[in-house]
Design a protein around this ligand. Structure first.
Ligand code: GLN
Length: 366
């Protein structure tokens, strides 16, 4: 069945429906990964966004039980050039179309994703609606321009109750802003006892758990939408080692007094080169973000920049000069993408050990 994508600038892309037939609105973004569509569409950071895949053939190795980054995909929709109906892989148990139907996520195939991506690169991300052909187009365009898209996505994807995955190693509190499974997997592989907690947890509650370290997860939307989390990070800073990823990185910056801005079209893909300023090495990273931390004045706020993006020079990582806390804007857990930066989890393990030895984990005294 034919359906269409209508953008706020008035452009229309007609294609063939895949997945759910419901109408959907969202911020239209693009991702450049050639593989990893299953991890991407189940990454909670894409909540309420319509993802355009620039790679022309999506779904060719199917959908399997292993590669989900969350149980319930939170994205608003997907746009592809071609969706394979006959995938080939020994682990595959459904097509992408079947998954999208089961999860009630609308998709469009047969779209000129190159033209759409060029438009987003020129104009920045655009609001869009995926709908049937019989809508009143002028009304849709007027509505897209008049209304803003939903905000406060974190509460939709964060866990509502805490839970613990037992381990004999370090006690880690993972604050779930929409955490990818990959982060949990990395901590569990290192023997950590992980307590996953909702995004609105207070600093007192965290310190009462007497963690060796706190992990601030990735998550959707504007980091300033969760002021309670910014205050929580401010309170625990210096009392317990912190490692932040993506939204977690932005929250650490905001807690230190930095500011964040929305980027024109963000970084989404699995081939983003990042320079480690300490080793001068370049690594290829997995990224998915639409906001970035403003670079000016970070030193004065106590943050030493450790990583920058090669493509546009934006901040990709920092560590606190005084306290045991560091974070990165990219995804060391990969899933999808390369594992070049996986070592950052080792750094977190080290930081938890050394902070304990040095006795500067103040929460032991709480
Ligand atoms: N993957 C993430 O954690 C994304 C962080 C934030 N929502 C952004 O778009 O910048």
């Amino acid at each position: 069945m034919k359906r269409q994508l209508i953008l706020e600038d008035g452009s229309i892309f007609e294609g063939t429906a895949i997945g759910s037939m419901r109408d959907t609105r969202g911020e239209v973004v693009f991702t450049t990964g050639m593989t990893g569509y299953q991890e991407t569409l189940s990454d909670p950071s894409y909540c309420d966004q319509i993802i355009t895949f620039t790679y022309p053939l999506i779904g060719n190795y199917g959908i399997n039980h292993e590669d989900f980054e969350s149980i319930e995909p939170a994205l608003a929709g997907i746009i592809v050039s071609e969706a394979t109906s006959e995938p080939s892989h020994w682990q595959s148990n459904s097509t992408i179309d079947e998954l999208l139907r089961v999860k009630d996520i609308p998709g469009l195939s047969g779209i000129d994703t190159r033209a759409l991506t060029r438009k987003i690169r020129t104009h920045g991300t655009l609001k869009g609606m995926m709908c049937s052909l019989d809508v009143n187009i002028d009304e849709v365009i007027e509505e897209l321009n008049r209304t803003s898209l939903p905000t406060n996505q974190v509460h939709k994807v964060s866990t509502t109750t805490p839970y613990t995955l037992p381990g004999r190693g370090k006690r880690v509190v993972l604050v779930d802003f929409g955490a990818k499974r990959g982060i949990l997997r990395e901590l569990i592989e290192r023997g950590c006892n992980v307590t996953v907690v909702p995004y609105h947890i207070s600093s007192e509650e965290i310190l009462r758990l007497q963690p060796d370290g706190v992990m601030l997860s990735n998550g959707p939307g504007d980091p300033t939408d969760v002021p309670e989390a910014i205050h929580m990070v401010e309170d625990i800073l210096g009392k317990v080692p912190i490692f932040g990823i993506c939204l977690g990185h932005q929250l650490l910056g905001l807690a230190c007094g930095a500011s964040t801005v929305k980027m024109k079209f963000g970084h989404r893909g699995v081939n983003h080169p990042v320079k480690d300023l300490e080793t001068e090495k370049v690594m290829i990273t997995s990224q998915n973000h639409g906001y970035t931390v403003e670079p000016n004045g970070l030193e004065a706020l106590g943050l030493k920049v450790t990583h920058t993006a090669i493509n546009d020079g934006t901040i990709e990582g920092y560590r606190h000069k005084e306290y045991p806390a560091f974070s990165v804007q990219f995804h060391p857990e990969a899933s999808p993408g390369p594992t070049d930066s996986n070592d950052l989890f080792e750094q977190f393990m080290m930081l938890m050990s050394t902070s304990k030895k040095a006795g500067n984990v103040l929460c032991q005294n709480v």
